[in-house]
Design a protein. Sequence first.
Length: 324
Amino acid sequence: MENTGLPQDPTPGSADTELPDEQVPQLTREELEQQARAEELASQSELTLDPGPQQLAQEALYHQQVINGLCDEIGNKLGSVSVEDCMQQQLEFAGAYSVNARPLTQRDFEPRNSLNEKSRVLIMGGIHGDEYSSISIMFKWMALLEESGGNSFSWRFLPSVNPDGLLDGQAVRQNASGVDLNRNFPSQDWNDKAHDYWLNNTGENPRRYPGVAAASEPEVRWVIDQIEAYEPDVVVSVHAPYHLLDFDGPSVAPDRIGDLYLHQLGVYPGSLGNYAGLDLGIPVVTLELPSAGIMPTDEQIEQMWIDMLSWLNSRTELEQRAAR
């Protein structure tokens, strides 16, 4: 295994192993000011109804500058992704900011033959900021896709859904507001169950705090917007460190991807699998890498990619047969 240069498994976890009780962090004055600044930046970035070329050029320049800054932070944080690696992926500003005003980014890859598109895949990493490998592998797979010249699928990568959790000092699971983004999605059971589950099943574990309301967090609202705009046929979400493959929603689950074998964990109030998989009916594949701080080998990374493509192809063929 390739060592990222980062501590191995620094209190990671995307499933529901519980940690000792702690107090739910309250927003400080500085954090409130940062949140207000983020909202101001977001409002400044909105286009007018009829923007002129000068305004568009200024906005493009500003967005490129903040993305360059993000790449600088990512490259200096992750041992297996350099600043150059990040810059080479030509990430685009995706229309929203994190709580602490970092740009939320995407990268699109079109199929080789636009007339033969099989499926649209939305793939994301870093919902939990302390799961380093889930972010690093996004850049590895984007590089593989670029080198291969594409395939039969359309891809949208969201490489770092929770940049504040990764980059604000010591990496943490939650976002800058202290919310577990994977418990903040507006699943149908959120209002009835999210806080009860947090109180009774996690002992008010702050790492699992679902937020004050469903979709209260800008990062979650952004992912929701991405799902609505991109209309993916499949969602892939990468986590660590439970070394398994989870699946929610319709369609036939893959038996394995790489050395990750199917072990369905069930859904939790406010999880992405609950919201997108059960409520929206979009298959959600969750890849739990073996370690948050140590990357799989290059061979393992490539094999996971090959197996994911194989499952996507077989899924498409099954749907085509069913439609005949």
